[in-house]
Design a protein around this ligand. Sequence first.
Ligand code: EPU
Length: 336
Amino acid sequence: MKSEENISLRPYNTFRMDVHAGYFITCYNMEEIRMAVNANKDKSITVFGGGSNILLTKNIEGVVIKNEIRGINQIREEGHQVFVEAGAGENWHRFVLYCLDHNLGGVENLALIPGSVGASPMQNIGAYGVELSEVFHELLAYDTKEAKFKTFNREECLFGYRESIFKTKHKGRFIICKVVFRLTRKPIFNISYGAIRQELNAAEVKEVNIRSIAEAVIRIRRAKLPDPELIGNAGSFFKNPTVSASQFALLKEKFPLIVGFPNESGDVKLAAGWMIESCGWKGFRRGDAGCHAQQALVLVNYGNATGKEIFDLSEEILTSVKEKFGVELEREVNVL
Ligand code: EPU
């Protein structure tokens, strides 16, 4: 365990916000998580994983716990299924690379998503037609209220689109320590997402396998999404909102080019990026706060924007989308 006082959180959040934490404790195993929580019961505790889905608008009072629990291990095999346990502090993409190297299918479409393994179930990360919930088996978390460890299976996590029980009912209560994934040696390739198919064709890929899919995903992400190492950002800032089929029909009459994807329930998921772009925000920049030029759903910090400047920009975007389309956008990013 490592404890530091009054440090800048800039290296620990991908938006690169330069706010401070009074106390910053790095924990390397589950016992240290338990000790750090119990020693700071009287203070508010904020847990950091990869810091890739937060917008910090002010200094963090209380204690920040940085989860650095590492390790990736194959724990069990059942037929072609392989159960792999990973520490919450592992980098997500490093975990995907481990799976590719060991020929384990299931997470190839989720390559290059910034953040940590522990944050992945928190918001049920998803990309290119696959969501984490599809490969999730169970997780082990520390209950800061009851002071004990608890296992959550898939049903108990109440996964939804960029949603889980850890963002809703249990927000702030559990610290995810380890996640077990159910991967497979006989993957069913998911290349239905248009951009992947196009990318595989363009690269004249002869053999579709988990590695060629991951490589296609990496090329698409590099072309469209800003690299947080170069430009501060937290991926999609907003969720894609869902409307009823009848509301979509009305929108389509008024805006024939609007992009929507019907889901099984008959509702339609609208492409928020399209609506934001059509309100004129794509490529907008004020000071160092901006709306990314290749993907309007992503807000960016070109250098020294403050959390408040990014937040204010997101408010303006929300308002203009609401005025033009009558649709309320919801932030995907956690604002602190
Ligand atoms: N679009 C525009 N303009 C834009 C952006 C998008 O017109 O500026 C249109 C596209 O042309 C396309 C549609 O919107 O028709 C969907 O775009 P895209 O495939 O880029 O995906 P997205 O819905 O904007 C979601 C996820 C991303 C994920 C991609 C690919 C959310 C909030 N975002 O974005 O996830 O990588 O699909 O699966 O669901 C993230 O969560 O941080 C993230 C990057």
